[in-house]
Design a protein around this ligand. Structure first.
Ligand code: CUO
Length: 675
């Protein structure tokens, strides 16, 4: 785990404040060879631990070594993907942890730090002998991907001048990427949220789309989860926009027309020593020819792939590599489409359906320098840790989602018997909030994140950055259920929320509203015969991970046996950040509809052992090494079109709704302070 600390500092320097690696002579890169005898002594002076590194026969590292040390790294770039796939295989193939440590010592000084971090994370996540390890939060290893670079100059100053203990947190301003006159800036608090971008990075880490070991990619319903998690991002972002007087994101579906929204990220890569390139308003994607990245692709290729998807959905069948067709059925069609669309190596026909979603990211991220004539690297859309900062991310994913919806629209609406739970009646759903019944409250909150781990070549010790994010007051759901079947039953409680009005202040049609339904929670409940009231804390949401897990407790070190976080942090690091569970709302109270349904657990359940698994954010992230814990289609019961004209029309007796409002107060509190 020490390899994650101070990513560009060689591993023979102190890592994690107290340890140093003792390398075999042949491991030192040429530039350090002449001084190798003195290096360990020099840096080892204050080290409490000296870690001997085994001299192993080195595998062929030539492919991953092709990525220059100081370049950017993107999973969306096919060549980078191949290099990373190779490095993951090498890490996975090491016989034991000692050998893994050896190869890491060798690679850490030579490989591109972003790629090294990614591949080691994937390997630690998937190797049997490393599964319990806590990978440090990516924002601590590479804070440069998440915040204003001005912070780092200040951090260097503080870490050099001010002794540990006297250091005050460095403030990251809120809203530093655009002026208020840019309407898109109204939702920058969401797009540029550190926790949100961490979630997205973590999701793609848990669900890599390339690796020689298919098992790493081929997880239960991963294509469907790709669709669902990103669909929920769009529903949530749309709701945030509506709260801020903006229209829902417009699909980016005409690849020949300019992208109206510009984005100036104001991020610097500390590794590449370059500013991330901006995209000017009105940019158009162009044919890419970048020999350095081995990408040569025309915009028309995207259109060809897109048309093949539309045709497959029209026919409800895809073409296989052998020329035969395979129907897109009700149960697995969405999973097949998700894998084709992303695309991953488990795509049924990558040759024909290509790489639509990933290449969309690539085309957009190179729109400023498609032929590399200005030697510029990709923009933020090219990296899963930064893509959600850019307004165009949501336009691209709205379009991707739209294609999935075309498929869903071909499915028959759920008949009443697939919605109802005979004998069970939900008589009410409501909220017990800090400000009263059915009122949710939000405000700003300030929290800190540790920078010390990501500051290379500076004096040691903690340096904190303080940032501002949205937060809600915690609340309870209160749901009353009657079981008149005469016997005890088990149910799955599904809680969603959606806006009520569109951007013009008119009632949303039910079809629009169901697409804006955001999942808030899902849990299993005993339903003894008779009536009962279920109280559920917002903190226990199946969608989110606790604040501490998004940002890590700054007082714990990775692998610290006493650390507050459970082991398996790695998988558990995936989850919607809890502070964004509830949309921002408005000063006067933003109207939403809260929905609860209790479905029959006998039809939902997946029989598996969950002991020791991290499953508290399963809705968007699944469960490690397990099946997705709900047999229903993801998004059920709103994943299909319905003939209902309003949500009232849609309800079966096992469902209930409640009008609620989200009230935002424009005030800032410190983390830990009560609202
Ligand atoms: Cu998560 Cu497009 O897939 O970014």
């Amino acid at each position: 785990l020490l390899f994650f600390d101070r990513p560009t500092e060689p591993c023979f320097m102190q890592k994690g404040d107290d340890a140093i690696f003792q390398l075999p002579d042949n491991f030192y890169p040429d530039k350090y060879k002449t001084v190798s005898n003195t290096l360990a002594n020099r840096f080892g002076e204050n080290a409490q631990r000296s870690i001997p590194v085994r001299n192993i026969a080195l595998p062929d590292l030539s492919l991953p070594m092709q990525l220059p040390y100081n370049d950017q790294f993107s999973l969306f770039v096919p060549k980078h993907r191949k290099m990373a796939g190779k490095l993951i295989d090498i890490f996975m193939g090491m016989r034991d942890v000692d050998d893994l440590q050896s190869i890491c010592s060798y690679c850490q000084m030579r490989m591109n730090p972003y790629m090294f971090n990614y591949c080691l994370s994937v390997a630690i996540l998937h190797r049997e002998d490393t599964k319990g390890l806590n990978i440090p939060t990516f924002a601590e290893s590479f804070p440069d991907k998440f915040m204003d670079p001005k912070v780092f100059r200040r951090a260097r100053e503080v870490s050099t001048v001010v002794p540990v203990g006297n250091r005050l947190p460095i403030n990251i301003p809120q809203n530093y990427t655009a002026a208020d006159s840019n309407p898109e800036q109204r939702v920058a608090y969401f797009r540029e949220d550190i926790g949100l971008n961490l979630h997205h990075w973590h999701w793609h880490l848990v669900y890599p789309f390339d690796a020689a070991d298919r098992a790493i990619v081929n997880k239960d319903r991963r294509g469907e989860l790709f669709y669902y998690m990103h669909q929920q991002i769009i529903a949530r972002y749309s709701t945030e926009r509506l709260c801020n007087n903006l229209g829902r994101p417009r699909r980016y579906n005409d690849f020949r027309s300019p992208i109206e929204e510009g984005y100036f990220p104001k991020l610097d890569s500390q590794v590449a020593s370059r500013a991330w390139p901006p995209r000017f308003a009105g940019s158009t994607i162009r044919d890419i020819d970048r020999p350095v990245d081995q990408i040569k692709s025309d915009v028309s290729q995207l259109e060809i792939w897109r048309d093949r998807f539309l045709k497959a959905i029209e026919d409800m069948a895809i073409v296989l590599p052998n020329g035969r067709t395979m129907p897109l059925d009700e149960e697995t069609g969405i999973d097949v489409l998700g894998n084709l669309m992303e695309s991953s190596i488990i795509s049924r026909n990558r040759g024909y359906y290509g790489d639509l979603h990933n290449m969309g990211h690539v085309f957009i991220s190179y729109s400023h320098d498609p032929d590399h004539r200005n030697l510029e690297q990709f923009g933020v859309m090219g990296d899963s840790a930064t893509a959600m900062r850019d307004p165009v991310f949501y336009r691209w994913h709205s379009y991707i989602d739209d294609i999935f919806q075309l498929y869903k629209n071909k499915l028959p609406p759920y008949p009443a018997e697939r919605l109802d739970f005979p004998g069970v009646r939900v008589t009410s759903i409501g909220i017990e909030g800090a400000s009263g019944a059915n009122i949710l409250t939000t405000q700003w909150e300030q929290s800190t994140v540790e920078l010390g781990r990501g500051l290379d070549f500076t004096p040691r010790g903690s340096v904190l950055a303080r940032f501002t994010h949205l937060q809600h007051d915690e609340f309870n759901y209160v749901c009353t259920v009657t079981n008149s079947s005469g016997s005890d039953l088990m149910g799955t409680v599904r809680i969603f929320m959606a806006p009520v009005l569109d951007e013009g202040g008119r009632q949303l049609s039910f079809d629009d509203q169901r697409r804006l339904m955001i999942e808030l929670d899902k849990f299993t409940e005993q339903l003894p015969a008779g009536s009962r009231t279920i109280r559920r804390r917002s903190l226990d949401s199946s969608v989110t991970i606790p604040y501490e897990r998004t940002f890590r407790n700054q007082n714990t070190r990775p692998g610290d046996p006493g650390s507050a976080e459970a082991a398996e942090f790695d998988f558990c690091g995936c989850g919607w950040p809890h502070h964004l569970l509830i949309p921002k709302g408005t000063d006067n109270g933003y109207p939403v509809v809260l929905f609860a349904m209790v479905s029959n657990w006998n039809d939902d359940r997946v029989i598996q052992d969950l002991v020791g698994s991290c499953n508290d954010a399963a809705s968007y992230c699944g469960i490690r090494d397990r099946k997705y814990p709900d047999r229903r289609a993801m998004g059920y019961p709103f994943d299909r079109p319905s003939q209902a004209s309003s949500i009232n029309d849609f309800l079966t007796p096992n469902m209930a709704i409640q009008e609620c409002s989200i009230r935002f107060t424009n005030a800032t509190r410190q983390r830990g302070q009560q609202g």
